[in-house]
Design a protein around this ligand. Structure first.
Ligand SMILES: *Cc1c(COP(=O)(O)O)cnc(C)c1O
Length: 396
């Protein structure tokens, strides 16, 4: 009865784990939730005020499908100031979250059988969005010792006559790795030479540490800009996950196709949230530095704490809000009656033995790791580290 396409995909595992942890908590269990994929900060006050004003002003009707001019102008200004990128209004489209922008790109660009190169570990929605659009995700392994950056030769080796696009995510969910200029330059050169599109998900751009600078691949040359669709949004930078505003910037013909798709599916993104997004992009930026400093503090405590646990190794993540420790040394060991042989076994064990919710690395395409979000209080992090130390020391 159901469509073949609907049977190809699974529900987002990260949202599922978050729901399970919230249910346990509601049931009175003292669960520490490290599964979350959203900032634990409140949306800034001036952004909320702009939304309230929009409601009072009656800005509550349909808007242009691809977003209001005022917001497109704010996005163009942001891309210019932060990324050194120049776009016109017909090269920008606003969607109901960055995830929606990514989906519209897949709808606008992918044909049946097209191959989409996805570096692993990857964000959970990339492969499933390709599958929903009849394309084939092609996974390329990346490694801890390379800071999880895709090796240029590994990228090039996977290119066939059917390769349509590379999906790049820097800083990365789940690894936290941010590409440096040299690494991104090498990928851009190959994409230009082999005429491959790059879908660049830059949603964690503002959450970057240790003096690392975010580089948008589109800014490296005119040639790569022509083949790149930059995706970004307000969810992570302004703690606005519930407002559902994301956007894409890229070649006019692709943006036009995305806008047409939107006109036949969702219509415009929420009018009130668009006004809030204008305030977020044009208003004071101190909120971001406060949030970033707090994430940085937690990151250090969490990563140091993890590395101090015998058997755990964790690369220092220079972006986003996740630690991605390697726990594969414990595989083959037993706790109670439980044999740990995979990241799912490990995540299940931590949930049931220690009331710690986190996401198994296999969901992101690498079974050696688990993903721990530090978008939670320092108190939870300290408690969580203690519980993990305890659980791991009981593994025989
Ligand atoms: C959170 C997230 C998104 C989606 O953000 P929305 O704008 O809320 O849809 C996209 N990509 C990655 C890697 C994310 O972690």
């Amino acid at each position: 009865m159901l469509s073949e396409r609907s049977l190809r995909i699974k529900p987002s595992p990260t949202l599922a784990i978050d729901a399970k942890a919230k249910a346990m908590k509601a049931g009175g269990i003292d669960v520490l939730n490290f599964g979350v994929g959203e900032p634990d900060f409140d949306t800034p006050e001036h952004v909320k005020e702009a939304a309230i004003k929009a409601i009072r002003d009656g800005f509550t009707k349909y808007t242009p499908v691809g977003g209001i001019d005022e917001l497109k102008e704010a996005i163009i200004g942001k891309l210019h100031t932060d990324n050194g990128l120049e776009y016109a209004k017909d090269e920008v489209v606003v969607s109901c979250g960055a995830k929606h922008s990514l989906y519209n790109i897949a709808q606008a660009l992918f044909n049946p059988g097209d191959e989409i190169i996805v570096p692993a570990p990857y964000w959970v929605s990339y492969p499933d969005q390709a599958l929903l659009n009849d394309a084939v995700p092609v996974f390329v392994q990346t490694y801890e010792e390379d800071n999880f950056m895709l090796r240029p030769e590994a990228f090039e080796a996977e290119i066939t006559g059917k390769t349509k696009a590379l999906i790049l995510n820097s800083p990365s969910n789940p690894t936290g790795a941010a590409y440096d200029r040299k690494a991104i330059q090498a990928l851009a050169e190959i994409a230009v030479k082999r005429n491959i599109f790059v879908i660049s998900d830059e949603i964690y751009e503002k959450l970057i540490y240790d003096g690392t600078r975010h580089i948008s691949i589109a800014s490296l040359s005119g040639e790569i800009k022509k083949r790149t669709i930059v995706v970004n949004g307000l969810s992570k930078s302004h703690a606005m996950t519930g407002w559902r505003i994301g956007y894409a910037a890229g070649p006019k013909d692709i943006v036009k196709a995305m806008t047409n798709i939107q006109s036949q599916s969702t219509s415009n993104p929420n009018s009130i949230a668009q006004k809030a997004a204008v305030a977020a992009l044009t208003g004071p930026l101190d909120f971001i530095s406060v949030m970033r400093a707090e994430f940085d503090r937690r990151r250090k405590v969490l990563v140091n704490g993890l590395n101090a646990i015998e058997g755990v190794s964790c690369l220092n993540p220079n972006g986003a809000f996740y630690a991605f420790p390697n726990v594969s040394k414990f595989y083959g060991r037993i706790i109670g009656k439980r044999l740990i042989n995979s990241s799912l076994d490990m995540a299940t064990c931590l949930l049931e033995e220690a009331n710690i919710a986190l996401v198994h690395g296999e969901a992101f395409g690498d079974d050696k790791y688990i993903r721990i979000s530090y978008a939670t209080s320092m108190d939870n992090i300290t408690k969580g580290l203690e519980r993990m130390r305890e659980t791991f020391s009981n593994l025989k």
